[in-house]
Design a protein around this ligand. Structure first.
Ligand code: ZN
Length: 93
């Protein structure tokens, strides 16, 4: 059962990473919705932030192209070839 547990751990690590990227994406969307929030300052430098978001975006875009939802509502489930407004909103950043 060693291998099985390893699979689960790898999967959890992967999901954790997706969650981080989604959190970053949600933060970005929130910032777009409420651009005038002077107290909401990100702790990272703009360059670091840009890099993290860029990586996350590339991964999400790839997931979406592979036919999976990247929106928080249905994340990771198959789209069955259908467009999803929430996914599209995330990709349109
Ligand atoms: Zn979706």
């Amino acid at each position: 059962m060693q291998g099985e547990q390893g699979d689960i751990e790898a999967r959890l690590a992967w999901l954790e990473k997706q969650l981080e990227m989604l959190t970053a994406a949600v933060r970005e969307l929130r910032a777009q919705l409420a651009p005038a929030a002077p107290n909401d300052v990100a702790p990272q430098t703009p360059q670091e932030r840009q890099q993290v978001l860029g990586e996350g975006y590339a991964n999400l875009a790839r997931l979406y192209q592979e036919g999976y939802h990247i929106c928080p509502m249905h994340f990771g489930s198959q789209r069955g070839g259908e467009e999803c407004l929430l996914c599209a909103a995330l990709l349109r950043r």
